[in-house]
Design a protein around this ligand. Structure first.
Ligand SMILES: CC(C)(COP(=O)(O)OP(=O)(O)OC[C@H]1O[C@@H](n2cnc3c(N)ncnc32)[C@H](O)[C@@H]1OP(=O)(O)O)[C@@H](O)C(=O)NCCC(=O)NCCS
Length: 187
């Protein structure tokens, strides 16, 4: 699953879990985001990410809270997209979140990562992924709906909550990979 190039319509990228060594790459990725991307991903605008905050995001326990990234190929890999989920206390569901480089969107990167997270979660016995989406985040909402999610609105704020049963998600993944012509490339 990891470290072999994945062919997207936009070119090949390498899929692997983030490691603490990726902290500088994560900081550079954050620096590439515009205000809108940061607000959509984190729910509010923050103008910088500290090294400590970046380390926390790259140093998760991958056996519990997987954080997958797509890197450019070549000698100085750069992050193009991150998808992660945080396991809920009950152990049967996880909160998923994604961010894709502004110049790499609509090539299937977020959908691909959602599918890979679904496979991992399913192998680990989870039943569902879920995600919160700001009311004006039509892109993320469209992806969650396309992947079989059902939508509710948070009673506390205006955020939308999408619940994605893993059996549906895993079936959708196959169709998505075919439609987007995404496949791994033999080294
Ligand atoms: C939302 C986001 C993750 C989508 O990433 P992406 O790699 O461009 O998404 P994909 O290419 O995998 O999209 C797959 C499908 O989702 C839907 N979709 C994605 N972005 C969309 C958009 N901006 N408008 C409408 N539909 C969209 C489409 O159905 C798309 O398929 P299509 O391109 O064949 O129409 C990306 O725009 C992003 O990083 N946004 C800022 C951060 C964010 O919102 N994070 C979500 C917090 S949980």
């Amino acid at each position: 699953m990891f470290n072999t190039p994945i062919q997207f319509l936009s070119g090949p990228l390498i899929l692997r879990p983030l490691t603490p060594e990726d902290t500088p790459a994560l900081l550079a990725f954050f620096d590439s985001h515009d205000e809108e991307t940061i607000r959509m991903r984190y729910g509010h605008y923050r103008n910088e990410m500290t090294v400590d905050a970046a380390k926390r995001l790259t140093s998760v326990d991958q056996s519990r809270d997987p954080a997958l990234a797509l890197f450019t190929t070549g000698r100085h890999p750069e992050i193009r997209a991150i998808g992660r989920y945080y396991l809920d206390d009950a152990g049967t569901s996880g909160e998923a979140a994604f961010v894709v480089h502004e110049k790499a969107r609509r090539n299937g990167l977020a959908g691909f990562l959602l599918g890979e997270l679904a496979v991992l979660a399913s192998e680990r016995g989870l039943k569902e992924l879920w995600g919160t989406v700001l009311p004006d985040n039509h892109g993320m909402a469209a992806l969650f709906l396309a992947a079989g999610g059902t939508e509710t609105t948070s009673p506390i704020d205006e955020e939308k909550i999408f619940h994605l049963p893993l059996d549906r998600l895993v079936r959708w993944r196959k169709r998505f990979l075919t439609a987007k012509k995404i496949h791994s490339v033999s080294p």
